[in-house]
Ligand binder design. Sequence first.
Ligand SMILES: [Zn+2]
Length: 297
Amino acid sequence: MPISQDTPLIRSIQVGTTGRGSMHPEHRYGSPLPVMLWLLFSRRWVDGVPVHFFAIEHRDGLVLFDTGLDPAIAADPKAYLGSSMGVFFLNRLFRWNLVPEDNLSHQLALMGHDAASVHTVVFSHLHFDHTGCIDHVLQAPLLAPRREWAAMSEPQSERKWYLRQHIEKPGAKWSLFDLTPCEDPALAPFETCHDVMGDGSIVLLPTPGHTEGSVSMLVRSAGMPPVLLVADLCFEVDMLLKDQMPGVAEDFEALRASYAKVRALNDNMPGLVILPSHDMNTASRLAQAMQAAPGIG
Ligand SMILES: [Zn+2]
């Protein structure tokens, strides 16, 4: 459905941070070396990498985009991952700087929200640093792309960083969605989407590559610039604009195609604000965009 130009359906968009960590530059910015080589031997780290989630105040309730990390992963990685091999590779890939207060409920409270009142949670993809703390929002429907759920359901998917034991939680109200043809010409070149609230204000677009079923969330409302939450499509906006691939992706060809589609959307949609989940500039870019927006708090 095309978005109404005069009804303020969205009251605010906020970014939350469930801790920060470090990753190798070869991972973040790409490398000509084989992955296993830099994974095992790189001594270089990019520090201060945020693990963001987003809270969108829709007229009908609070919608989350991802739930970030669970600090329990740092407290006892072996118990959290369930395997020593997992801990070995996790420690080669990331260094976390987490405290218990980095959990979702606490971070939402700092943002002025109660986790128990969350209306809907949408997941960009099902990697563990986007699906932490599901326990905190069990009252809410949890929306995931069906294709992503299928990838998680494959044998040994923990090797791709899908931690099923923390996703298929007892009582969790999972709801899987398919992307269907969309009739909104403003979304071109995207031809399929999923309209979360049924009013065009929160629309999911397929941006596979980082994982098979990854989606981005487009948020549009009167009085604010359009915002595209791209999760892990790119680690930094500049990488997307310069067509710079990261060191790891499930499907680089799909990632490159998704990059191109998002750049085309960016060309078609004046003022679009693109916000990745691990970009050091996401919080400042969002604050700047919202400061300039007359109709939003
Ligand atoms: Zn990811």
